[in-house]
Write a new protein. Structure first.
Length: 404
């Protein structure tokens, strides 16, 4: 008989609270030292670390909403066996969205030009050529689009889980809620196309270097966050399975998740190489300025770590079929991928905001711990509120007999 009621292991609860406590204490200590020290470098570092971590963990959690929507529209049955894992992650998007919203709007409405230089009224001359850019990079538009985006992401994350739980109590064979979920999934994909797949990475991250632009930046950001999000799902699936849950999840399901990690690591590398190679080959000063500090400057270590952790390691380790079916191997690669793309987001934000004088310190480590603890606490609690395997789902039989 399936063990359907998830109970949080004592060790997991202790670990999550400890990490969350470290994060809160680090934030308070950072505020304290900021008030005492007060120099510009400390301020820039404070805001950059919070931005990088909050946006990164929001976007990798949002990946669960995307995979739920994409598989619903594709009418895929393989994900049903562990669907409650991405649903739990999707349903906490609103918490991370709230953190990101407060943080970004604080930066914008306090005129923090050291983060967003376009906040300086003299930065973009008010002329016809810059008309659309001045509209896009403005306080009113930034505020409106950020709030609308975060609200929609939060809504869809909660709605997809709500509908899935509602399906549990529907009569056997009923597909009314299933098709309602299908329609909401289509709504999210449309929202996704107008936000994460296009405007939001430009607005939140690329506008830090507001005179630099890349037409591939949004897809690059999506690929980075999606493969990290799939890796986080993998870790949760294997953790719950190890503790006696998700008995119907087989090696075939793990293999499919491993293939996503493998494929999107290659997709990320394709975008990374395309963006870098075209800028390097054209050698236009307005474009190469972005890579000067990252490729030739003090952040070059992250440039090479990006390649090693996000491409070389996943492709070499996950290429053999047996490795994608080995629980220890895919867990290790999942951790490597999440670390690698955390570094990827680090080099997106830090070089411009903090400048050449950088160092990894206690504040970076403490804030990361805080966000990891927050996600573990929220997701594990969500998993306790509903059966860990969906009931009465039309594709439940298909997922049980799934063969990769």
């Amino acid at each position: 008989m399936l063990n359907q009621e998830f109970k949080i292991p004592a060790k997991l609860k202790t670990t999550s609270f400890a990490l969350l406590g470290i994060g809160v204490l680090t934030l308070l200590a950072g505020l304290f030292f900021l008030l005492i020290k007060g120099d510009q470098f400390a301020q820039n570092r404070f805001w950059a670390v919070l931005m990088q971590n909050s946006i990164f963990f929001l976007l990798i959690s949002l990946a669960s909403v995307f995979i739920l929507s994409a598989t619903s529209l594709a009418q895929a049955g393989w994900i049903v066996s562990f669907r409650r894992i991405p649903e739990a992650i999707a349903s906490i998007v609103w918490v991370l969205a709230l953190i990101v919203g407060v943080l970004l709007l604080t930066i914008v409405w306090t005129d923090n030009t050291h983060v967003y230089s376009w906040l300086d009224p003299t930065f973009n001359p008010k002329n016809e050529l810059n008309g659309l850019k001045n509209f896009f990079l403005s306080k009113p538009f930034f505020t409106f689009w950020t709030i609308l985006t975060l609200a929609l992401w939060s809504f869809f994350g909660m709605k997809l889980r709500q509908l899935s739980i509602k399906q549990d109590s529907e009569p056997k064979g009923s597909t009314k809620v299933y098709w309602l979920n299908f329609n909401y999934s289509a709504g999210f994909i449309f929202t996704f196309a107008l936000t994460l797949a296009s405007t939001i990475p430009w607005l939140w991250i690329m506008s830090i270097d507001s005179h630099w632009f890349s037409t591939m930046f949004s897809w690059y950001t999506f690929a980075s966050s999606f493969v990290s999000g799939m890796s986080m799902i993998m870790l949760w699936v294997l953790y719950t399975k190890r503790h006696g849950y998700l008995d119907i999840v087989s090696t075939e399901h793990v293999h499919d998740l491993g293939k996503f990690m493998f494929a999107f690591s290659i997709f990320w590398t394709y975008l990374w190489f395309s963006q870098f190679m075209l800028i390097w080959y054209a050698n236009i000063p307005e474009e190469t300025v972005y890579f000067q500090i990252r490729f030739h400057g003090p952040y070059r270590i992250f440039y090479w770590l990006n390649i090693i952790l996000n491409f070389v390691a996943p492709i070499l380790i996950l290429m053999p079929r047996p490795n994608k079916r080995n629980y220890f191997v895919v867990s290790l690669v999942a951790i490597i991928i999440i670390l690698g793309h955390w570094i990827d987001f680090y080099q997106m934000i830090m070089p411009t905001v903090v400048g050449p004088d950088w160092k990894l310190g206690w504040f970076d480590a403490g804030i990361v711990c805080g966000f990891i603890g927050l996600i573990i606490t929220l997701v594990s609690n969500k998993l306790t509120t509903a059966p860990i395997v969906p009931q009465n789902h039309p594709f439940l039989k298909e997922t049980v007999i799934h063969i990769s």
